[in-house]
Structure formats: structure tokens, C-alpha cells
Design a protein around this ligand. Sequence first.
Ligand code: KIV
Ligand code: ZN
Length: 522
Amino acid sequence: MTKSDQDRVMIFDTTLRDGEQSPGATMTHAEKLEIAGLLDEMGVDIIEAGFPIASEGDFEAVSEIAKNAQNSVICGLARAQFGDIDRCWDAVKHAKRPRIHTFIGTSPLHRAIPNLTMDEMADRIHETVTHARNLCENVQWSPMDATRTEHDYLCRVVEIAIKAGATTINIPDTVGYTYPFESADLIKMLIERVPGADDIIFATHCHNDLGMATANSLAAVEAGARQIECTINGLGERAGNTALEEVVMAMKTRNDILPYQTGIDTTKIINISRRVAAVSGFAVQFNKAIVGKNAFAHESGIHQDGMLKNPENFEIMRPEDVGLKETNLVMGKHSGRAALRAKLADLGFELGDNQLKDVFVRFKALADRKKDIFDDDLVALMRDAETDAEAERIKVKFLRVICGTEAPQSADLTLTIDGVDHQVTATGDGPVDAAFNAVKQVFPHHAHLQLYQVHAVTEGTDAQATVSVRMEEEGRIVTGQSADTDTVVASCKAYVHALNRLLVRREKAGTDGKEVSYKDVV
Ligand code: KIV
Ligand code: ZN
């Protein structure tokens, strides 16, 4: 192995699997394909594209991503059973470079659920990894909850998996319990004790429950792991997974003490971060490292002065290194199509002529209602344009509300469902409630609203409002968003967006109404 091979850390992105399985983050087929394309383009080494046994939709998405991928290895997840592994192979086999990732929970708590003895579990690992390896040359195996597994048993099962043909061994901190020195010690211990450890790659897969996922991943790399599993924006269940942008930028910025290389084109980070936030419905917190709106903003007077004299006073990374361009030039109703195209390209949206035509009409309509159009307005406008372009079964055609001091407030609404218009009038406790009641009258459902949030995109009374809603139906959680200068219109559209996603989730479920989850014990 050359020195540069030893320094190379592989980036394994699981936004489309661990990220997408987090409640409310469902993505449509087209969105998954788009994100996979961006991951491939930015230099992600391995894309975990989904969990093919989960549903027909997951299978189709993984297969198509596998067919389209240019450079990345395409990986699918499978539980430790032959049916899962066969289904996974059928989906990933189309890739130039396919990988099967199979796993089983090895900690005492996880062994208790399928009620397997240590020996029985060891046999299962041997059989399933052997089966996967007979199908595919590139096999990853994970002992789920590795960080809470007894060390002797962990060494034993890792050795079995290596002997059965696993080429990557992933060590998940499934519940985000580990502290950085423990993360490092565990990898060191495995490298020292397990026969055959030198012939495979160790991966680290951390969750962020205690806010240590990035630190734990980097500590594992220092101890010898050469693959980091992560997601864009740290998307993932509970407190999320290790954020790709954080580990990659940490290794780039602190290369003096973290002398490792990745294949990531960091200038693509902001664009993919915005796309993942848009399609998952999980907005990025303003002060999030690397990709938050404030990560490169220097608002206090002292900082601004220092920044002008020397940007390095307050910046350890340059905004352009992550793809941020200084573009907050205001647009308005006199801005032409070419200027809009150039501005959108700066923001990471490359539009074809037809798409530009549609977006330009929307831009003009917004400019008629709002004097200054800022970057954030355009990002919100693009998000809305994409939502409308989705094959949505329910659309808001017309909405007029009566609101004010005299109750009840009312809403006249026309919804188009599968191409047919339905008109109603409903009342409610305020205009938003009236609009939601009108939607419920036209499209009855039992989903209940878990969250309703309004944010002003920019400043001023003519600012657009971005509305996010989260709804739950029989354990299925979906989110919807929309933006408009009219808060009630944005609310109604966001609610309908969430309903459309619910329809996707209903289709995804099997005949028994359930989706298979990787947590379903086998
Ligand atoms: O967190 C975890 O343990 C996982 C496994 C399926 C690898 O996501
Ligand atoms: Zn995980």
C-alpha cells in the first residue's frame, strides 16, 4: 500500500438510506435519483442508495440509481437473511460497481430480540455473508450496535465475517453513545486482535445523539478506519448521522493534524445541502457548521471590520471552498431572463430552457408582489417550482380567505384531484384553520397535524413566508413545505404538499399497510 492509499478516506453516503428512513424525510423517486446524481458528481465513493426489500419503490430507486451511477459504488442494505440479500443484489447488480451491505444487531440487547444465542448468531453471520459474497465481490458487513457489543464477541463475529468474504467491516455506533477516545480504541482493538483485519477496510458509522458523531468518526479514522459513513446535513433519525460536510471540511481545513484525503469536490457542498434540505423537508438550522445560513456570516460590526482588513481573522474556511458565492445582489422586476439564469446558476440551479421559462414566469409574479428579490427568495421559489412539477395528485387551484376580527373566518378553495376540480367553502378558527378544514372536506383523511411552522424568508412586510407542516397517519410521518408572500396560501400549499407525500407513503406500504424497516428483526 502506498502512503497516498493509506491517507485516503472513503466517503460512504447514506442520505438515501439512513437519512431517508428517518421519520418525515421521505423522498420521491425522482428526488432520490437527483440526489444520487449529485452525490456521484461530487465524488462520493460509495452511495448507499436504499433498502431494496423495504418496498417496491425502494427497490426501483436503488435499481435505477445503480444503472445511472458513473463513478460511485452503489450499495444496498440487507438484513441477515437470504431473501433480503437476493433482493438487494437484484437491485444493485446493474451498477458498474455494486456492493451488498448486510448487517445484524450483535449487542446483548439486539441479540435478545431475535432470540439467538451467540453461537446461533455467529452461524447466521457466516451463512449470510458467504451468500452475499457468492453474489457480489464487494460485501460490507455491520454488527449493529457494535459499540455496545462485548469486545470478545465483536472480535469473534468480525473475524467470521472477514473469513466469509466481507471486504469492508463497518462499526456502527447505532445509538450515538460513544465518546471519541472509545471510538478510536475500538477500531484499534479490532485491527490488533482480529486475524485478517489488514486485508479489509474498517468503516465508522456514527449517530449524533450526544453531538459527537463528527468527533467520533474522525477519531476512528485516526485509529485506522478508512471509510466514514455519513449523510448530507447530518440527516438521520433522532439527532441524525455524521454530517458529510463536517468530516470532509474538518479533514481539509485541519489537514495539518488530520492528514487524510477524500475524493470530494467540496465546492459542491452548498448546492447538495440545499437540495437535501428541500427534498427531505428538514431545514438546516441557521448556525449549523459548514452549511448553516450563518456559518459564513459576520454580522457584528467588530467582525465586519476585521473581516474587511483580513478575512482570515474570522474565517478558517473560505466560503467559495464549499461552493458559496457572494451573490446577494438584489433582483427585481426589471431583471431579465439572462440575469435570472446567471443568478440561479450561482445558487446551484442549472436550468434548461423550458424550466427557465416556467421559473421566469414565477419570478415575475413574485417581483410584482415584492420589490426586492434576494437569494433566499429565489431558493424558496425554486423549491416551490419543483414541488409543482412533481407528479402531485392534489393541487391548490384557487384560494380566497375572509379573515379579521369577526369570526368565523372562512376559506373558498378549489382543489384539483387527479385532474378534477372540487370546490368548497369552510370555516375555521382563523384563516389557516379554515383553509385546512376546506382541504379536509375535499380530501377526507385521518392524518393529524404534528407541526405547523412559519418562517419569513427575508425581511420586510412583503417578505415571503415559508411554511412547513408535519403530519402523521398510522405511524407514517410526512412533511410538506411551500413559500408565498401570502402566508395562508403558503400554509394551504404546504398542507397539500404533505398530503401528496402521504399518498406516496401509502403506495410504498405493502398490502398489510406496513413498510419493512431495517429495525424489523429477522
Ligand atoms: O446505525 C446503524 O447501526 C445502522 C446499520 C444498519 C448499519 O444504520
Ligand atoms: Zn445508522
